[in-house]
Design a protein around this ligand. Structure first.
Ligand code: SAM
Length: 393
């Protein structure tokens, strides 16, 4: 990887814009972190996601898909499109749960949009192993393949997908907003500064009413927003459901709460603050900017139906009642393990509050609220203005 990076940095004139660096180290076909054949998910990997922790996650999401299908008038064909399916565990759990609702299962088609050939192969293997109807499951490498078709009627969803998108890394300096870039010297990779490049402009934050103090570093997920716009255009009728760790604009920029932004690395279970270390071997991620995603969808004609924490969403879908049901058939020992996992999904210190769910729709009735938002819907928070920050520079 370093030789390839040196080459890319030289080709860029000595300063490679950070989003291009991130694209290379995560997605280079040969060396990219997501493209290589190492275990990255599950207990032996770099991170454990909700579907890897418990099949209840997929089970409850399936109940939400069924409600959306019913609200759409139970169409004879209902498309589920999962973006970034990792090991395929969530897809397997959704298919298994769907079998309990035969008319819904009969309507289902499943498309996985997955960039990594290695992950595609693992998904195929797992779905075959658990006897999914392979003739109704297909793979696309990019969203463009889907966009070329007549449009999705159903649900396009993702879990921990947008946080892995390349971001534009920015810094407010005394001279104005600058884009951070990667340079190389004898010591290794270093950070340099460039004028802000399109589609961002130097007044990007001013136009959004965000007072960025001098010295603050932050990131804008331009590629994620573009992906959301494309996905919105692919959706003829139904919903886009995004589950990930992230914040609203007001939370993100509240009183300089995150002076360094949220860009970070994960290398062998350890968080690494310097994103330039371990290129190609470290996961790079940043919190999802949910207000940006909601606005990208709205600009493409979607309606923001709901937004809230994963904890409220799963409780709205009945996760606690499901625990009670399970207690009737599982041993005390099994129940203890299940409860512990569910608590990790729900607890504020665990994933319950850090993870959010955003539901955007086209052609779906707003009332009554979807089950996932029946207990709580915080969608108005997406539009809370950013409070003024005392200027330090
Ligand atoms: C962090 S993993 C999450 C996997 C899974 N959703 C889960 O919850 O376990 C991110 C997944 O998204 C895929 N991915 C990342 N960027 C992508 C893109 N632009 N298009 C399609 N898949 C992508 C990765 O290869 C990986 O499968």
């Amino acid at each position: 990887m370093p030789a390839l990076l040196q080459q890319a940095i030289r080709a860029a004139g000595g300063l490679l814009p950070f989003h291009q660096y991130m694209q290379l180290v995560l997605y280079h076909p040969q060396y990219g972190y997501y493209m290589s054949q190492r275990p990255r998910l599950g207990r032996g990997g770099d991170f454990v996601t909700a579907p890897e922790m418990t099949s209840l996650f997929g089970e409850l999401l399936t109940l939400q898909w069924i409600e959306i299908w019913q609200r759409m008038g139970e169409p004879a064909t209902f498309a589920l499109v999962e973006a970034g399916a990792g090991s395929g565990r969530l897809a397997a759990d959704i298919w298994r749960t769907a079998q309990r609702f035969p008319p819904f299962a009969a309507a289902l088609t499943y498309t996985i949009v997955e960039i990594s050939p290695d992950f595609q192969a693992r998904q195929r293997q797992l779905l075959q192993e658990v006897a999914c109807p392979m003739e109704r499951i297909r793979w696309c490498t990019t969203l463009a393949e889907l966009a070329a078709e007549e449009g999705v009627e159903g649900v396009l969803f993702s879990n921990e997908f947008f946080d892995a998108f390349p971001v534009h890394w920015l810094e407010m300096t005394k001279e104005g907003l600058r884009e951070l870039a990667v340079a190389a010297d004898e010591q290794g990779l270093t950070v340099g500064r460039l004028p802000v490049t399109a589609p961002l402009t130097e007044d990007h934050f001013t136009r959004l009413g965000i007072p960025l103090p001098v010295g603050m570093r932050t990131e804008v997920a331009v590629a994620a927003n573009v992906w959301m716009s494309q996905a919105a255009r692919c959706l003829r009728r139904g919903a886009i459901v995004t589950i990930d760790y992230g914040l609203t604009r007001a939370e993100y920029y509240h009183q300089g709460a995150l002076p360094e932004g949220t860009l970070t690395g994960y290398y062998r279970h350890q968080q690494v603050n310097n994103p330039l270390l371990h290129p190609g071997e470290m996961d790079l991620t940043s919190h999802v900017h949910f207000t940006d995603l909601a606005e990208a969808g709205e600009a493409a004609g979607l309606q923001t139906l709901g937004y809230g924490t994963q904890a409220w969403f799963l409780m709205g879908l009945g996760i606690l009642q499901r625990l009670e049901q399970l207690a009737r058939t599982q041993s005390a020992e099994q129940m203890q393990a299940i409860r512990q996992t569910v608590m990790r999904l729900l607890m504020p210190q665990g994933m319950g509050d850090r993870f959010k769910v955003l539901v955007q729709s086209r052609g779906l009735a707003v009332d009554p609220p979807l089950a996932g938002f029946s207990l709580h819907n915080a969608k108005q928070r997406l539009q809370t203005p950013v409070a003024a920050v005392p200027c330090t520079g």
